[in-house]
Design a protein around this ligand. Structure first.
Ligand code: NDP
Length: 490
């Protein structure tokens, strides 16, 4: 069994109260690790280490090229340990090996992307009166608190850590209490490549203690959070004490809009991928499938036929196409929503139950599930379930499709399937969401910003926008004609 410690001020540490948390393999309920449980006092020590490392200036004042060098070495080490990290991600989160493998490769690519981006020009100059030169430079913000969820334990962390460090900040990072294994390996890599002491600190433990302390601390200058919308709301309030900069990547209930003129096989394929990849535990999951009425029967029949064939099983079985949910708590939540949907009057088209045959009862497996006969105001249509549960809705025309698509508090992602390019563009422009796809779903790139509208978030990850989140903007006005202004008489 693995023993996982926190990484604070360049040292591996147990929690100050010596408490531990068992980390579970969601495929079989076995304990795979014991993780140090951080306290408020551990968090404060980590914040002070990051504060000192920033204020002493060694990391922020390194040249961009030197910082990029560190990031590139991290990327190389991730690649070297690709198979080990993939296996550990599967063991801790439950996702199939092929998904975990993509995450690990993406994590390395993300470090490389920000290593390159920090070397690009970042300033601007302005044409102001002749005797002045005005310019803008970008500077790191300071100590950044980074809090992430369990669905992409490594990759979601890297989406924050890579740009934060590239920009010259120091960090206090908290993984999800459920999934600290690959984050710990990442910090081992930081140690191995000689990242200066105090620059990157990891405190493990509960959101209400460790996460909350990061959010309220006056010594933290910025907070970047990914997680549920309710937690995001709490973080906004907690961060208001010292007016921290905030960046929030929150939940979603994203529409996947299928028009009658689409290539049906392609649309079914991506609709399945949209909701059942990651067992539906993906913030951008296409969890509401909106189908034009004239093809609803054919579409749903084909969807259900294929959903019933998805191979659900332990992530480390190469045959597995969909793994378990991450925890008992998440399993309970998803099963509860299935009961809510039935009680609301929706009908199950496929799935709707926990898998308990063979050894599956020891893990947290749910069959790929879809509801039909839904109504827009049902809770299963409005609320994020974060599991392998799709809800079907139907529409008669473009206007109704757009109305239904926008009819939740969320605005993270959305897809449109049609052979009519102009219609695709018309509709996608009206969908109030930051991440959209036409005739495809889920593809995302380090180069493009990840951003939610409405209650799906504030600010962006990835791309140049993701770096900007971790930079301040300074205006410098330079007097080229040094003589008194004479505004007041002498
Ligand atoms: P949570 O909001 O419960 O937790 C996210 C992180 O916040 C965890 O590290 C958690 O700690 C911590 N946390 C919990 N309470 C507090 C608090 N009071 N103060 C500070 N930190 C706190 O989300 P889940 O982990 O359940 O993840 C699922 C959610 O994440 C979904 O809603 C999903 O949509 C969203 N998500 C959004 C993404 C996006 O890019 N928009 C991407 C991925 C997920 P603890 O370890 O104790 O749980």
């Amino acid at each position: 069994m693995m023993e996982l410690s926190m990484y604070i001020d360049g040292e591996w540490r147990k929690g100050s109260e010596n408490q531990k948390r068992e980390i579970i393999n969601p495929a079989n309920g076995e304990v795979i690790a014991e993780a140090a449980e951080g306290t408020v006092s551990d968090t404060r020590v980590a914040i002070q280490a990051a504060r000192k490392a920033f204020d002493q200036g060694n990391w922020p004042s390194l040249s961009a090229e030197e910082r990029a060098g560190y990031l590139l070495r991290v990327a190389d080490k991730i690649d070297e340990r690709h198979d080990e990290l993939t296996a550990l991600e599967t063991m801790d989160n439950g996702k199939p090996l092929r998904e975990a493998g993509y995450d690990v490769s993406d994590a390395a690519a993300c470090f490389r992307y920000y290593a390159g981006l920090i070397l690009a020009p970042h300033g601007e100059t302005y044409n102001v009166p002749d005797n002045m030169q005005a310019m803008v430079i970008r500077e790191p913000i300071g100590v950044c608190g980074l809090i992430v969820p369990w669905n992409y334990p490594l990759l979601m962390s890297v989406w924050k850590i890579a740009p934060a460090l590239a920009a010259g900040n120091t960090i206090v990072y908290k993984p999800s209490e459920l999934t600290p294994v690959t984050p710990t390996k990442l910090f081992e890599i930081f140690e191995e490549i000689g990242l200066p002491r105090g620059v990157a600190n990891m405190v493990m433990g509960a959101g209400e203690t460790v996460g909350n302390e990061i959010a309220v601390s006056d010594d933290v200058d910025m907070i970047s959070f990914t997680g549920g919308t309710d937690t995001g709301r709490h973080i906004m309030k907690a961060a208001s004490g010292n007016m921290k900069k905030i960046s929030l990547e929150l939940g979603g209930k994203s529409p996947n809009i299928i028009f009658a003129d689409t290539d049906l096989e392609n649309a079914v394929d991506f609709a399945l991928f949209g909701i059942y990849a990651g067992a539906g535990q993906i913030c951008s999951a296409g969890s509401r499938i909106l189908v034009e009425k004239s093809i609803k029967d054919a579409f749903i029949a084909r969807f259900v036929e294929r959903a019933n064939k998805i191979k659900v099983g332990p992530g480390d079985d190469p045959q597995t196409e969909m793994g378990p949910l991450v925890s008992q708590e998440q399993l309970d939540k998803v099963l509860r929503y299935i009961e809510i949907g039935k009680a609301e009057g929706a009908e199950i088209a496929c799935g709707g139950y926990r898998l308990t045959d063979r050894d599956y009862g020891k893990g947290f497996f749910v069959a790929p599930t879809a509801f039909i006969q839904t109504k827009p105001d049902m809770r299963i249509v409005q609320e994020e379930i974060f599991g392998p549960v799709a809800v079907f809705q139907t529409f008669k025309d473009e206007a109704e499709a757009v109305k239904l698509a926008n009819d939740t508090k969320y605005g993270l992602a959305g897809g449109v399937f049609t052979r009519d390019a102009a219609k695709a563009m018309r509709v996608i422009k009206k969908v109030r969401a930051g991440i959209t796809w036409v005739n495809t779903y889920h593809g995302t790139y380090n180069e493009a910003p990840w951003h939610g509208y409405k209650q799906s978030g504030i600010g962006s990850s990835l791309g140049t926008y993701g770096l900007d989140e971790f930079l301040e903007t300074k205006q410098i006005n330079f007097n080229l004609n040094v003589e008194p202004i004479g505004w007041f008489s002498d």
